[in-house]
Design a protein around this ligand. Structure first.
Ligand code: ZN
Length: 86
Protein backbone atom coordinates (compact mmCIF):
# COMPACT_ATOMS: atom_id res chain seq x y z
CA UNK A 1 0.00 0.00 0.00
CA UNK A 2 1.39 3.36 -1.04
CA UNK A 3 0.13 6.73 0.07
CA UNK A 4 1.42 9.11 -2.59
CA UNK A 5 2.08 12.69 -1.62
CA UNK A 6 -0.45 14.14 -4.01
CA UNK A 7 -3.54 16.25 -3.99
CA UNK A 8 -6.83 14.28 -3.88
CA UNK A 9 -8.35 16.45 -6.64
CA UNK A 10 -5.44 15.81 -8.95
CA UNK A 11 -5.44 12.10 -8.09
CA UNK A 12 -9.16 11.69 -8.73
CA UNK A 13 -8.91 13.52 -12.04
CA UNK A 14 -5.98 11.49 -13.22
CA UNK A 15 -7.64 8.14 -12.48
CA UNK A 16 -11.30 9.14 -12.75
CA UNK A 17 -12.03 8.27 -9.15
CA UNK A 18 -15.45 9.23 -7.85
CA UNK A 19 -14.97 11.76 -5.06
CA UNK A 20 -18.57 11.80 -3.83
CA UNK A 21 -19.00 11.87 -0.08
CA UNK A 22 -21.34 9.38 1.56
CA UNK A 23 -22.70 9.09 5.09
CA UNK A 24 -21.28 6.39 7.36
CA UNK A 25 -23.62 3.41 7.61
CA UNK A 26 -23.22 3.35 11.36
CA UNK A 27 -23.03 6.93 12.68
CA UNK A 28 -24.16 9.02 9.71
CA UNK A 29 -21.01 11.15 9.66
CA UNK A 30 -20.13 12.43 6.19
CA UNK A 31 -17.18 10.44 4.88
CA UNK A 32 -15.03 12.22 2.31
CA UNK A 33 -12.67 10.19 0.11
CA UNK A 34 -9.62 12.41 0.51
CA UNK A 35 -6.54 10.26 1.10
CA UNK A 36 -4.96 9.10 -2.18
CA UNK A 37 -3.57 5.58 -2.20
CA UNK A 38 -2.14 3.05 -4.62
CA UNK A 39 -2.15 -0.70 -4.19
CA UNK A 40 -0.87 -2.93 -6.98
CA UNK A 41 -3.07 -2.00 -9.96
CA UNK A 42 -5.55 -0.04 -7.87
CA UNK A 43 -5.71 3.72 -7.52
CA UNK A 44 -8.10 5.10 -5.02
CA UNK A 45 -9.14 7.48 -2.30
CA UNK A 46 -10.14 6.66 1.23
CA UNK A 47 -11.68 8.66 4.02
CA UNK A 48 -9.81 9.58 7.17
CA UNK A 49 -10.20 7.10 10.03
CA UNK A 50 -13.08 7.88 12.38
CA UNK A 51 -14.33 6.25 15.58
CA UNK A 52 -16.59 3.63 13.96
CA UNK A 53 -13.54 1.69 12.85
CA UNK A 54 -11.82 0.91 9.60
CA UNK A 55 -14.59 -1.31 8.30
CA UNK A 56 -16.83 1.75 8.03
CA UNK A 57 -14.30 4.02 6.37
CA UNK A 58 -15.09 4.94 2.79
CA UNK A 59 -12.88 3.44 0.10
CA UNK A 60 -13.24 4.28 -3.58
CA UNK A 61 -10.90 2.64 -6.05
CA UNK A 62 -10.48 2.01 -9.73
CA UNK A 63 -8.26 -0.59 -11.31
CA UNK A 64 -5.73 0.39 -13.92
CA UNK A 65 -5.99 -3.16 -15.20
CA UNK A 66 -9.62 -4.19 -15.50
CA UNK A 67 -8.85 -7.77 -14.50
CA UNK A 68 -7.93 -6.52 -11.06
CA UNK A 69 -11.56 -5.84 -10.35
CA UNK A 70 -12.00 -9.48 -9.51
CA UNK A 71 -9.44 -9.13 -6.78
CA UNK A 72 -11.31 -6.50 -4.80
CA UNK A 73 -11.09 -8.72 -1.72
CA UNK A 74 -7.29 -8.48 -1.77
CA UNK A 75 -7.47 -4.72 -1.83
CA UNK A 76 -10.05 -4.64 0.90
CA UNK A 77 -8.06 -6.93 3.17
CA UNK A 78 -4.94 -4.91 2.60
CA UNK A 79 -6.75 -1.71 3.52
CA UNK A 80 -8.06 -3.26 6.72
CA UNK A 81 -4.55 -4.27 7.67
CA UNK A 82 -2.95 -0.87 7.27
CA UNK A 83 -3.50 2.55 8.76
CA UNK A 84 -3.20 5.56 6.50
CA UNK A 85 -0.57 8.10 7.40
CA UNK A 86 -1.82 10.85 9.72
ZN1 ZN B 1 -19.26 6.18 11.50
Amino acid sequence: MIYPDTNPDEWSERYHINKSSVPCDRCGKTLIPEIPFAYEDWRGLRSKPHPCGKIYDLVVAVSVDKQSRERWTDLYNSLQAEEPKP
